[in-house]
Design a protein around this ligand. Structure first.
Ligand code: AMP
Length: 278
C-alpha cells in the first residue's frame, strides 16, 4: 500500500498503475476506521483495477467545534488496518491540499431541497462542507467508482445528486450499514460511548425495526411513540425520528414508494444516527 499526501504524488502512482479503461475505486473517510469502513475499502479493492482510500477529518463539515476537537484520530492503527486489506493507495492530504489558499471553483449545485432537511436542519453547514470536500476529492482522485455507506443515508443521497448534476460518469456504490452484534451501527464516534451505553445501544436498531413493522402495518405513529419511550427509558435522548421518501426526503405516512426511517439520538454527549430502509 502506497501512502501519499499530495495530489502530484497520488497522480504519479495512479498513472503508473492505471491501464487503459481500468476502473479506479475510491473510499473517502475521516479515519478512526472500523469494520464498516473496511467493508467499503475491501469492496473497492475487489472490484477495481486501482483502489484508493483517503483519511481527512474535514473541518468544513463540523458545525460544532467540540465535536471536531473530540473526533477520534488513530492514524497509526488506521494505516495498520488498511495495510491488511488489498487497497493500493492511502491518500492522507493536509487541509491546504484540499482547501488551497487561492480557493477553488465549484459549480452551483441545486441541493436546498435535500440539504435543509433532517441532518442538515440540525447541523447547519454540515452538508455544504461534505459537498465541498467530495467535489475536491473527485477532482483530485478522478475515480470511476465511489464507495459510500448507507449509514449516512442523506449524505449518499446528496453525493448521488451532485454526481447527477455534474453529469458525471462516476458510479456511486452504496453499501449496507455494518453493525455490532447487538445491532449498533458502527461509527467512529462509538469509541466515546461508555461500556453501558454501548451495551444498551442495541435498542436503537430494535426500535428502527419495530417502527418499520409499524409503518408497513399502518401503526407508524404508535410505534414511533413506543420507540421514543423505549429509547428514553434506555437513557437516550431522541433528537428526531422521521419517516421520509428515499429520493425527496419529504415526510411520508404510508408505504408505496421507497422510503427510509431515520433517527438521531444522544447519549454520553455523543450524537448517534441510524436508519432503516422501508
Ligand atoms: P466517515 O469516516 O464517518 O466519514 O465515513 C466514511 C464512509 O464510511 C462514509 O461513506 C460512511 O457512510 C461509511 N460508513 C461509516 N460507518 C459505516 C457503517 N457502520 N457501515 C457502512 N458504512 C459506514
Amino acid at each position: 500500500m502506497y501512502i501519499v499526501k499530495t495530489v502530484p504524488d497520488l497522480q504519479k502512482i495512479i498513472s503508473s498503475k492505471h491501464k487503459y479503461n481500468g476502473s479506479i475505486g475510491f473510499v473517502p473517510t475521516m479515519g478512526a476506521l472500523h469494520e464498516g469502513h473496511l467493508a467499503l475499502v475491501k469492496e473497492a479493492a475487489r472490484n477495481n483495477q486501482i483502489s484508493v482510500a483517503s483519511i481527512f477529518v474535514n473541518p468544513a463539515q463540523f458545525n460544532n467545534a467540540e465535536d471536531l476537537s473530540k473526533y477520534p484520530r488513530t492514524e497509526e492503527e488506521d494505516i495498520d488496518k488498511l495495510s491488511r486489506t488489498d487497497v493500493d493507495i492511502l491518500f492522507l492530504p493536509e487541509a491546504g491540499e484540499i482547501y488551497p489558499k487561492e480557493g477553488f471553483e465549484m459549480p452551483a449545485f441545486k441541493l436546498d431541497h435535500l440539504i435543509q432537511k433532517l441532518e442538515g436542519e440540525r447541523r447547519p453547514g454540515h452538508f455544504e462542507g461534505v459537498v465541498k470536500v467530495i467535489y475536491r476529492f473527485l477532482d483530485m482522485v478522478r475515480p470511476t467508482d465511489l464507495y459510500m455507506g448507507l449509514k449516512d443515508f442523506q449524505q449518499q443521497l446528496i453525493v448521488g445528486t451532485i454526481l447527477e448534476q455534474m453529469g458525471s460518469s462516476v458510479r456511486l456504490n452504496t453499501l449496507p450499514t455494518t453493525r455490532e452484534e447487538n445491532g449498533l451501527a458502527m461509527s467512529s464516534r462509538n469509541v466515546r460511548l461508555s461500556t453501558e451505553a454501548r451495551e444498551k445501544a442495541g435498542v436503537i436498531y430494535n426500535c428502527l425495526k419495530e417502527i418499520r413493522v409499524g409503518a408497513k402495518e399502518g401503526r407508524y405513529t404508535k410505534e414511533k411513540e413506543n420507540a421514543f419511550a423505549a429509547l428514553t427509558y434506555a437513557g437516550y435522548e431522541v433528537e428526531y425520528i422521521e419517516w421520509v421518501d428515499a429520493k425527496t426526503l419529504e415526510p411520508v405516512d404510508s408505504i408505496g414508494r421507497p422510503s427510509v426511517i431515520l433517527l438521531a439520538v444522544w447519549v454520553d454527549e455523543v450524537r448517534l444516527i441510524d436508519n432503516i430502509l422501508v
